[in-house]
Ligand binder design. Sequence first.
Ligand SMILES: NC(=O)C1=CN([C@@H]2O[C@H](COP(=O)(O)OP(=O)(O)OC[C@H]3O[C@@H](n4cnc5c(N)ncnc54)[C@H](OP(=O)(O)O)[C@@H]3O)[C@@H](O)[C@H]2O)C=CC1
Ligand SMILES: O=C(O)[C@@H]1CCC=N1
Length: 271
Amino acid sequence: MDMDHVAGKGLVLLGCGKMGSAMLAGWLKQGLPATSVWVIDPNPSDWLQSTGVRINADLPEAPAVVLVAVKPQMMGDALPVLTAMGNGETVFVSVAAGTPIAKFEEVLGDQTPIVRAMPNTPAAVGRGITAIIGNTHVSGAALDMAEGLLSAVGQVVRLEREDQMDAVTGVSGSGPAYVFHLIETLAAAGEAQGLPADLAMQLAKATVAGAGALAEQAEEDPAQLRINVTSPNGTTQAALEVLMDAETGFPALLQRAVKAATDRSKELANG
Ligand SMILES: NC(=O)C1=CN([C@@H]2O[C@H](COP(=O)(O)OP(=O)(O)OC[C@H]3O[C@@H](n4cnc5c(N)ncnc54)[C@H](OP(=O)(O)O)[C@@H]3O)[C@@H](O)[C@H]2O)C=CC1
Ligand SMILES: O=C(O)[C@@H]1CCC=N1
């Protein structure tokens, strides 16, 4: 990333809850100086106060980036404090689910460079993935800068159309929660088969983390990796007959879950 540009002109973070702090933790770890960051948040956490960033202080006139990380429902109250930075060089990056670029243009001015982004919380450990798309006022250099900033906390993909953002939210924005729930329920299932709770949780976490790393690094696709685990008539086959059941297994369940998240993202656009 062109960290020097952001460090020099400053980064304003509007809302430092779960997603804002996950990203901020990643940037600070990557070397963004705390003194280059201004945070606006009504109830700063102990962690935030320990970082050395400026909290609820006077803002710079034209920071390089404003990162908007408040809940979509709070946007109407929160955004107007930033209107003076609109229609200028400052690039606004919003991570809010469902909130379309047009809503930001209404409040900040229709010449404002706005990047809509959908990150996820593994950004806190540098392993996030963020999808981005900019409005017509985002120059190539500004989009590169936003991509650089976000790639400091994981992978970045550029979308072709803003309407892809709802499904992206359903897959990768909300996705970590599905995986955490998989860990919880895999551990509970181990307990139900007689394992102590801490051992079951250790096995479940390591299995999900290890399988994720293998899926990322292996040349084979996930379907082949699954086949590699599955001995004919063995234990995995017995489990997969349950999990791959067309009506009650993962395929139908995840179709429904991802559709529900995608539909909710579309609804959020209407306030
Ligand atoms: N969590 C996630 O995994 C992801 C979240 N997102 C998006 O990120 C955004 C934030 O979500 P998340 O971090 O989970 O939510 P949080 O509620 O954890 O964070 C929002 C933060 O904004 C603060 N806030 C409320 N009102 C204002 C205001 N007027 N000015 C400044 N800050 C304010 C809140 O303070 P207080 O709590 O005291 O009200 C809170 O600290 C949402 O738009 C969400 O769609 C995107 C991708 C993933
Ligand atoms: O649940 C939400 O609405 C936010 C957006 C993606 C993840 N968390």
